[in-house]
Ligand binder design. Structure first.
Ligand code: F3S
Length: 394
């Protein structure tokens, strides 16, 4: 791979962390056949939850910070295993909290913004079309590639951190225009009535196209929240990092000579059934990916003046929670017995240790991960139905 003088200098840096970061990127570039590096505008660091990385991860991050690791571009952190201010209310143990705080402190030492969110584009880190970035969380990768038009591969935790430190990443995959073309066509032949139906479509499509780049027809309009649900689901059931929605995210003509499939009413019902394997949830979680202000307002409206018979978590970033606090939504949700949690979600928190066995979600991504990663049975439905389903009868 061709390296610039600056990149050669980074490879020989006196700072061990910088040297190691550059060595990793050169190795990855060689593996993927990259001819050169590309400079990035921002990064997103994942592998932040103590549940995911355990003691070896804590020690690695602390050691890396001690070796002088320092990010050189705006870098946001993915969700952690707990809300740093409300972990006791969540039921998270002090031992877990202590480890999670050590991770937070190491990230801070490196200069990473302590955003702890998977929707950084709603919370202050929004790239623009054509910018190269190195993001790691799969739903955020999908969103910035597909909706925003920025360019990123689906980075792993270490490669995103290395990119954040050096300010560059090997130029291959989705950084190259020739790799950003549709590989499949999906014709949607049914109305998508709410966000969970976009999620169900994504979950179905992800299994079909795997790591392909689907082009959807038949979707006349979609909100930002619906697009984030669609992308998150495809990134979980498959490994989709880029998709196209005709007339919504792209003006490109539909692709010809590619595999195609149709999503109709039957597929929609079947996917809903596939994502559901539980009943009577002890916990309802809204906010995968992390909630927008509109989604929190919607939940607050549904529970206003009511009492909930199950626990309710509304997960979001600290930035969006601040707005929910100011608008009174947090107070409304808490008065009904729910919680608005920042920094975390039901997948990366130690949910299986908190006494929950069945959780409800409107996210196909969470429904895909919770059985294996959280030992949960899952109820999948739209946000309103889930929340209204656990309101106590008068
Ligand atoms: Fe975000 Fe957690 Fe879902 S990180 S995309 S809320 S699994």
């Amino acid at each position: 791979m061709h390296l610039t003088k600056e990149e050669e200098r980074l490879l020989e840096s006196d700072t061990p962390a910088t040297r190691k970061a550059m060595e990793l990127l050169v190795e990855l570039g060689d593996i993927y056949g990259a001819e050169e590096m590309v400079e990035i505008e921002s990064a997103q660091a994942s592998g932040i939850s103590y549940k995911s990385i355990g003691d070896p991860g804590v020690e690695f991050l602390e050691g890396f910070a001690e070796e002088g690791a320092e990010v050189s571009v705006t870098t946001f952190a993915n969700p952690a295993g707990m809300d740093f201010e409300q972990y006791e209310e969540m039921g998270v143990s002090e031992e877990f909290a202590e480890k999670q705080r050590r991770i937070r402190d190491a990230l801070k030492e490196m200069g990473i913004t302590l955003s702890f969110t998977c929707t950084p584009y709603l919370a202050g880190n929004l790239p623009h079309r054509g910018q190269h970035v190195a993001w790691a969380e799969s739903s955020a990768v999908s969103f910035v590639n597909s909706v925003v038009g920025a360019k990123t591969n689906r980075e792993g935790g270490p490669s995103a951190l290395a990119a954040a430190i050096t300010g560059r990443t090997p130029k291959h995959g989705l950084h190259l225009e020739e790799n950003r073309r549709p590989t499949h066509r999906i014709d949607v032949d049914v109305d998508l009535d709410d966000q969970s139906e976009f999620a169900a479509l994504g979950s179905w499509a992800g299994r079909i196209v795997e790591d392909g780049k689907p082009y959807f027809t038949g979707i006349d309009a979609a909100t930002t929240d619906e697009l984030k649900a669609l992308g998150a689901a495809m990134a979980a059931s498959g490994a989709v990092a880029l998709h196209f929605v005709e007339g919504v995210t792209t003006d490109m003509e539909p692709p010809e000579h590619v595999d195609s499939a149709t999503f109709g009413a039957g597929e929609r019902e079947e996917e809903h059934a596939k994502l559901n394997d539980g009943e009577d949830p002890e916990l309802v979680v809204i906010g995968c990916p992390h909630c927008s202000p509109e989604e929190i307002a919607d939940v607050a409206e549904a529970v206003e003046g009511e009492t909930l018979e199950s626990d309710l978590w509304v997960c979001t970033s600290g930035a969006v929670k601040t707005w929910a606090d100011r608008n009174g939504h947090t107070e409304t949700i808490e008065a009904a017995g729910g919680q608005v949690l920042a920094d975390t979600c039901n997948v990366v928190s130690p949910i299986e240790e908190l006494g929950y066995e069945t959780s409800a979600t409107d996210s196909a991504k969470a429904a895909n991960y919770l059985p294996g990663f959280g030992n949960q049975q899952v109820v999948f439905d739209d946000k309103r139905s889930l929340v209204e389903g656990v309101i106590e009868d008068e």
